[in-house]
Write a protein that binds this ligand. Structure first.
Ligand code: ADP
Length: 491
């Protein structure tokens, strides 16, 4: 066992399930990945098969362990996961009772509107940091109780377990530990930002039985142990975090004022606010960043629903491009968008607008508009949406000094430079863009005692950065922001 010094990470994402193995110096020793099937039973509904999430996770974990040299090399396990997604299962049979309802799912929009109309939003926001939106878990749990007979029957029999994706994986890996780390718990609408466990008043408001919920635990430590027969040896589970919190840690945003933005399917900006409770007056979210030895640090968060999915739409629905990487050369091939502005509200607008019924627009078209202008306008929308978030963070007293970026879209240097130009801030991109998995590895390393704290883990495990500095003149920047505001007013 002397050489069990590697960290296995499970990254249970929205579109794929991945396992990675890191050394305690941050080197990547193995990657294995499987796509995850998306189910769209109705417009606005998004589901995953919880059994597929579990099976693929186990497969990729076993593959990664083999690539890294076998189970005897693995010291500990960390998990990062898609947040807010709800799974209901039976504690006795260990079987899911319904498909997972995914964070993007909008089926509880009316239930949220009804609670808002009854005047509950200010209290829910004050307690949880969250708004009343179908994005969060609690109304999804209530929907399952009201609409899935097996879920209601399990509740009546006292065998119902609810959880987010890390809870489900820990239950299956450990053979029955029902846990939820505080960063994931803070996305359910049932955990008070300042309270150690579930709030009975919130459970009552949303109609979620507290006895079906997991125990809220730290993000690092001896949290559970895998069943020995799964990998041939029991592995301690020592790190858990929601994917965006994990990415924030992986970016080394460990001090108040540090900010990261992840550009994948959507875009998520988190600013570390330290130990003070985040209170937004500009429709940002307050969330738990980490809980270590019972002590929490918090983040302010702005979520944009459409980022890389706009590029996918250009490719799959419009056929304007053959692959996402092509957008960079196309954007560079024209000096500007020729007056075209795209507002990417294809599934409503998230922070700071929160307009679920808004729809996208393309304005400023003329006969001179080319494919390159449209593609450039789509990419420009990333920095413009981020600018609106920067404005809201500053108004909440959490202005940005610089921005650390990651996610699939940031492979595009043009986008990275445009962010620096429109935000008028330095933008930093790590060479290793797998910051979500790295953050989970850092937490697991601390939880297993491989590093003494997150700062030491960050110093040892984070790699070099590339810096983009603002180059656009102020007149051009103001003109672009003015055109964006005009287009936004029409959606
Ligand atoms: P997720 O984790 O949400 O599945 P990723 O971080 O893997 O997403 O990012 C994939 C997204 O990034 C896709 O929506 C894709 O369209 C977009 N993307 C990937 N490469 C580029 C690129 N070079 N330029 C612009 N967008 C890109």
């Amino acid at each position: 066992m002397a050489d069990a010094d590697l960290i296995l990470v499970l990254d249970a994402g929205t579109t794929s399930t991945r396992a990675m193995v890191f050394s305690s110096a941050g080197d990547v020793r193995a990657i294995a990945q499987r796509p995850l099937e998306q189910h769209y039973p109705q417009s606005g509904w998004v589901e995953h098969d919880a059994e597929e999430i579990w099976r693929s996770t186990l497969e990729v974990a076993r593959d990664a362990v083999t690539i890294a040299g076998g189970i005897d090399r693995i010291a500990c396990l960390g998990i990062a996961n898609q947040r807010e997604t709800v799974i209901a299962w039976d504690r006795n049979s260990w079987n899911p009772l319904h498909r997972a309802i995914v964070w993007q799912d909008r089926r509880t929009a009316d239930a949220c509107a009804a609670l808002r109309n009854q005047g509950h939003e200010p209290d829910v926001q004050a307690r949880t940091g969250l708004l009343l939106d179908p994005y969060f878990s609690a109304t999804k749990m209530r929907w399952l109780l009201d609409n899935a007979a097996d879920v209601a029957a399990a509740r009546d029999a006292g065998s119902l377990a609810f959880g987010t994706v890390e809870s489900w994986l820990v239950f299956k890996l450990s053979g029955g530990a029902h846990l939820c780390d505080a960063s994931n718990a803070s996305r359910t609408s049932l955990l008070p930002l300042a309270g150690a466990s579930w709030d009975p008043m919130l459970c009552n408001l949303f109609g979620v039985p507290e006895e079906a919920l997991p125990e809220v635990v730290d993000c690092a430590g001896a949290l559970a142990t895998t069943q020995p027969d799964l990998f041939g040896r029991a592995i301690p589970i020592t790190g858990l975090a929601g994917d965006q919190q994990a990415a924030t840690i992986g970016q080394g945003c460990l001090s108040p004022g540090d900010v990261k933005a992840t550009y994948g399917t959507g875009a998520f900006v988190l600013a570390n606010v330290g130990g003070r409770l985040p209170r937004s007056h500009h429709r940002l979210l307050g969330t738990v960043l980490t809980q270590l030895d019972g002590a929490r640090s918090y983040a302010l968060e702005g979520s944009v629903f459409v980022a890389g999915s706009l590029v996918q739409w250009l490719r799959d629905s419009l056929g304007l491009i053959a692959d996402a990487a092509e957008t960079e050369a196309l954007a560079r091939s024209v000096p500007n968008t020729g007056g075209v502005v795209i507002v990417p509200a294809l599934s409503g607008l998230g922070a700071p607008h929160w307009l679920p019924h808004a729809r996208g627009s393309i304005t400023g078209l003329s006969f001179a508009t080319s494919r390159a202008h449209l593609v450039r306008a789509a990419l420009e929308a990333m920095a413009l949406q981020t600018h609106d978030l920067a404005h809201a963070f500053a108004a909440d007293g959490a202005g940005w000094r610089s921005l650390r970026i990651d996610g699939g879209m940031t492979a595009n240097d043009w986008i990275a430079q445009d962010l620096a130009d429109i935000l008028a801030l330095p933008v930093e991109r790590p060479e290793l863009v797998e910051t979500t998995a790295l953050g989970a590895a850092m937490l697991a390393a601390v939880g297993a005692g491989l590093h003494s704290n997150l700062r030491a883990a960050a110093d040892a495990m984070r790699g070099p950065l590339r810096r983009f500095t603002p180059q656009l003149d102020e007149a051009a920047r103001s003109a672009r922001l003015a055109a964006w505001r005009k287009a936004l007013a029409t959606v």
